[in-house]
Ligand binder design. Structure first.
Ligand SMILES: [Zn+2]
Length: 548
């Protein structure tokens, strides 16, 4: 495994100077594992291959709590993978560890504040082999993604060695040259049998990432791109083909049907594709779509997919495939014995970010709380909505109350305290809504909601009547924007976070918004806003939302 990875790195360095059409060829040459001399060579009966896969790791270096139990964390995941590999080895399996994108980005501070370098290092130590690129890998632009892959220096973190695993991008190409950003595929020889991995990213990535993040690259159709490289792999007599697809759907862990955006993509893929490891929707499932085995393993390393394949030694194709999704609980073996090296790496990262997390960004004159008035307005909601409107320069901002996770206590306010308030790492999205759409949006606060979900607002005030029927609680005449009466036909610029912008919490009107521009992460906007306020700062309920 170790040796193979060095070969990949050598390949990466060398391919930089070669024409694009040679990329796959070079990878083929360099990825040929020295393990071909093993006793069970090609031509013998069967070869067993185990794939261990994570998707949407999002820099989750530390364990978290799920249902009252500790789960995940890089050192715990590593312990699980080592145990799984060890057990499978007894049954003659060769194990390869792969990623399905969003390994970095939207990360907790312990990783995000260090440019996600500790996460890349942890994955290096976990012997990750290849990964698809997710949308979040583009959060800080192509140059930073290249630095994470190839190594290089950053003003905040200094110099960094880069990933020992290889990112694969079959459908992400240079806007000018049309060449893939990274190799489209890799071929790994497993006991003499060539196994192909193709990496693809959801083609909608530019609509969910800030424009500067995807400047200079284009995203092509997922299935078409896969099929193009399947043909290439076939010409090289690769019969076992695994697609790492950063796009997903929903399903269950018992092999039931899979639904969602992934279905038509997998159906359009060449039948030579054997397995599709998916991601992006953070769900846990495995199942069959169009004869292909499809998996996803939640997110943040709280689970992984274990895919066991039996390959025909003569034909090199898959003759048996099965999968399961494994939870990585830390309170049962092997999670109780986390990898020591990786635990040290995480502890070091935690120490490094402590000064940043403890940095004072302002002083609150008073407690600023989420406590809502009977009409639904809160001090902290006002502060956050104001920060988002300020950061994006729009007329109005809307913030979902469920996204405000802690109060601000009077006194010095640290970066870490603001992070507790806004921990989701949502991007801010600017868009245009008509006055009529804003009116419908406000009505959605009571439509298909488990309880009145009153959005926190900035730049807008209105009153609503709890005695009127759902769907008709706000009179347009009672809505004012920037102090002026709402014009149903006018177009207004508004800000919402990426969760709402995608129609989250049943606020589907946001999906109708035009002229979308993605901006900074919500926590960054809040920090910068608080920093520039006169100190000590405060926020008050000021009658933005009132009852009729
Ligand atoms: Zn994603």
């Amino acid at each position: 495994m170790r040796r193979m990875k060095r070969w990949i790195r050598a390949g990466v360095r060398r391919v930089g100077r070669l024409p694009a059409w040679l990329l796959p060829v070079v990878l083929v040459l360099l990825l040929v594992s020295p393990a071909v001399t093993s006793a069970e060579g090609a031509g013998s009966r069967t070869v067993r291959l185990q794939l261990l896969a994570i998707n949407d790791f999002h820099g989750a270096l530390q364990s978290r709590t799920l249902g009252g139990r500790p789960i995940g964390g890089a050192a715990v995941l590593a312990a699980y993978w080592d145990r799984w590999e060890e057990e499978a080895k007894k049954d003659g399996f060769t194990t390869l560890r792969v990623g399905v994108g969003d390994l970095v980005g939207a990360s907790p501070p312990v990783s995000a504040l260090l440019q996600d370098e500790p996460t890349i290092e942890a994955l290096n130590r976990m012997h990750l082999l290849v990964s698809a690129v997710g949308n979040h890998e583009f959060d800080e632009g192509v140059a930073e993604l290249r630095r994470l892959q190839e190594g290089g220096c950053h003003p905040v973190t200094g110099c960094f060695e880069g990933a020992k695993f290889q990112y694969l991008t079959a459908n992400v190409v240079d806007a000018k040259t049309g060449e893939p950003l990274f190799p489209p595929y890799a071929i790994v020889r497993v006991r003499g049998i060539p196994v192909g991995f193709i990496g693809v990213t959801l083609k909608e990535t530019p609509t969910i990432v800030t424009p500067t993040g995807v400047a200079g690259v284009r995203f092509l159709d997922e299935a078409e791109s896969v099929n193009r490289y399947v043909a290439e792999l076939k010409r090289q007599r690769v019969e076992t083909i695994i697609v790492l697809l950063h796009q997903g759907g929903d399903g269950d862990r018992r092999g039931g049907p899979i639904s969602g955006a992934i279905v038509p993509i997998v159906e359009a893929m060449d039948d030579e594709v054997d397995v599709v490891l998916s991601g992006h929707t953070h769900r846990g499932y495995w199942g069959i779509i169009d004869g292909k085995l499809v998996t996803q393993a939640y997110s943040s390393g709280t689970a992984f997919a274990d895919v066991d394949l039996v390959l025909d030694g003569a034909t090199g194709d898959v003759i048996d495939k099965r999968a399961r999704i494994v939870d990585t609980y830390a309170d049962v073996p092997p999670g109780t014995e986390p990898d020591k090296q990786i635990a040290r790496l995480v502890a070091r990262a935690k120490e490094q970010v402590e000064p940043i997390i403890n940095r004072v960004v302002g002083t609150a004159a008073d407690d600023i709380t989420r406590q809502q008035t009977p009409a639904g307005e809160s001090e902290l909601g006002n502060l956050i909505a104001d920060a988002q409107r300020w950061a994006m320069g729009t007329q109005v901002a809307f913030m979902n109350p469920g996204g405000i996770r802690a109060d601000i206590a009077a006194g010095e306010v640290t970066w870490g305290e603001l992070y507790e308030v806004q921990p989701f790492g949502n991007d801010l999205v600017k868009m245009t809504l008509t006055g009529a759409q804003i009116e419908r949006l406000l009505e959605q606060q009571w439509l298909n909601q488990p309880y009145p979900r009153i959005l926190q607002v900035s730049g807008l005030d209105y009153s609503w009547d709890p005695r009127r029927p759902v769907g008709d609680r706000v009179d347009p005449a009672d809505i004012r924007i920037g102090g002026q009466p709402l014009d149903l036909n006018a177009r207004y610029t508004i800000t919402a976070n990426s969760f709402l912008a995608a129609g989250g919490d049943n606020f589907s009107v946001f999906t109708e918004g035009q002229d979308r521009v993605v901006g900074p992460v919500d926590i960054d906007a809040l920090v910068r806003y608080v920093e520039q306020l006169p100190q000590p700062f405060n926020a008050r309920v000021e009658g933005r939302i009132t009852l009729h």
